[in-house]
Ligand binder design. Structure first.
Ligand SMILES: Cc1cc2nc3c(=O)[nH]c(=O)nc-3n(C[C@H](O)[C@H](O)[C@H](O)COP(=O)(O)OP(=O)(O)OC[C@H]3O[C@@H](n4cnc5c(N)ncnc54)[C@H](O)[C@@H]3O)c2cc1C
Length: 380
């Protein structure tokens, strides 16, 4: 049955996330955006931790909020309206908790989930990408060598959200690069493991309130009990995790689009040229009509992907579709919002230029939009 009424519980999470975004993120978003992209602000994490939102998808028995995917995308939309950079730090965390939730053992969950839950929660991260292995994950070269009751990791991971600041990382490494997909395994690596260091921290176009950097592994000892799932099943684990996380990106893209659209709408109603509000020109009002329509369409696609996940149904195609559609829409809507504000929109006085810089990243991470189209095409 199809219905769009949100339950009381869902509405209360939406309200909580909206209030958090308005009170605790929006007032700081511009300042964080202007800091050097290499400086991370822990206050945001502390404020996040107080709401419990860092443990959004962690089951209640481990201290999390234990929400379903539909709730998670609705929360992501609200955080996305406030700051995609801060949303990205949270999303890096949720990627790791999603993976742990689905393949972690009871012991792994008991040990690592509490690090993302409660007032003292910190961040987690998921590390796939390497210098020579971006879209082509099978090209991962970080080596995991079994030595008795532990593995030794050597290599480097690049462009990792929350690098250097996470309590733990879910790291994908290979037993033998020649085996490509078949040699990949996933490991939980403690953030303070000897031999694990932070390399370059990226100075980015947008998402400047999140930290993205390189992790270097030099003879990092990982206990065998920190292997996630079975050996050599890392590729499947990564694919399933990304399938389940992409709708949150869709939600965040809807959020930033909504924020840009609302600014553009109210500006167009107030800004007068030729003696009348610019919204009275069809050239502007049709742009706004398209923006409103696209946001609605992206939200429905995102909710559908989330709903499929909540039903335990295959969401791969819908997750990729919502990622492609919502993230490309976000970049385009932010661009159109700048156009509606004219020169004012091109300055940092208004947040739309920040939204535009932030939104650009969404078509790149969690699998580029070209890769999403390959996934969709393969399922047609
Ligand atoms: C802000 C940010 C945060 C990130 N956070 C994380 C993180 O937390 N963890 C993590 O593991 N990674 C993270 N990444 C890395 C991200 O997942 C990769 O950038 C992404 O997978 C693409 O890899 P690449 O940049 O090496 O591009 P490449 O794979 O080199 O691709 C370059 C271009 O070629 C295109 N392309 C490649 N192959 C094909 C093909 N077969 N057909 C058509 N087009 C193709 C791509 O779409 C892209 O446009 C992050 C990236 C950014 C920008």
């Amino acid at each position: 049955m199809i219905g769009f009424d949100l339950t009381e519980e869902l509405l209360s999470h939406q309200k909580m996330a909206r209030e958090f975004a308005e009170k605790e993120i929006i007032p700081y978003a511009a300042e964080l955006d202007r800091r050097p992209g290499t400086v991370f602000d822990w206050n945001i994490v502390r404020r996040f931790a107080k709401t419990g939102l860092l443990g959004l998808n962690v089951p209640k028995e481990y201290g999390g909020l234990g929400v379903d995917m539909l709730t998670a995308v609705i929360v992501a939309e609200e955080i996305g309206t406030a700051c995609l950079g801060i949303m990205s730090a949270a999303a890096g965390n949720w990627l790791a908790t999603t993976c742990l939730k689905h393949v972690g053992t009871e012991n792994q969950k008991r040990r690592y989930f509490p690090m993302c839950c409660g007032e003292n929660a910190g961040l987690a991260a998921l590390a796939l990408t390497e210098h020579d292995a971006g879209s082509d994950m099978a090209g991962i070269k970080t080596l995991a060598t079994r030595k008795g009751d532990h593995y030794i990791l050597n290599g480097a991971k690049t462009f990792i959200t929350n690098a250097g600041i996470a309590n733990f990382y879910i790291v994908f490494a290979t037993s033998d690069p020649q085996k490509r997909h078949g040699g990949l395994s996933a490991f939980i690596v403690d953030g303070d493991s000897p031999g694990l260091t932070l390399g370059t921290v990226e100075d980015k176009l947008g998402l400047r309130s999140s930290q993205v950097g390189t992790l270097i592994f030099k003879d990092v000892k990982v206990p065998a009990e920190n292997l996630l799932g079975a050996e050599n099943t890392g590729f499947l684990i990564a694919m399933q995790t990304l399938d389940m996380s992409r709708p949150c990106l869709g939600g965040a893209a809807v959020g930033v689009s909504r924020a840009a659209y609302e600014i553009a709408l109210s500006y167009a109603r107030e800004r007068k040229q030729y003696g009348r509000p610019i919204i009275e020109n069809q050239g502007i009002s049709f742009m706004l009509a398209d923006m409103a329509t696209e946001i609605e369409a992206a939200r429905l696609l995102t909710w559908k992907a989330a709903w499929l996940i909540d039903q335990g149904m295959d969401s791969t195609k819908a997750s990729s579709m919502c990622k492609v559609f919502a993230t490309e829409m976000a970049e385009s809507i932010c661009s159109r919002a700048i156009q509606i504000l004219g020169a004012h929109g091109y300055t940092s006085y208004w947040p739309v230029e920040k939204y535009y810089r932030d939104a650009k990243a969404m078509a790149i991470y969690e699998g580029t939009n070209q890769i999403q189209r390959m996934i969709i095409a393969s399922m047609l």
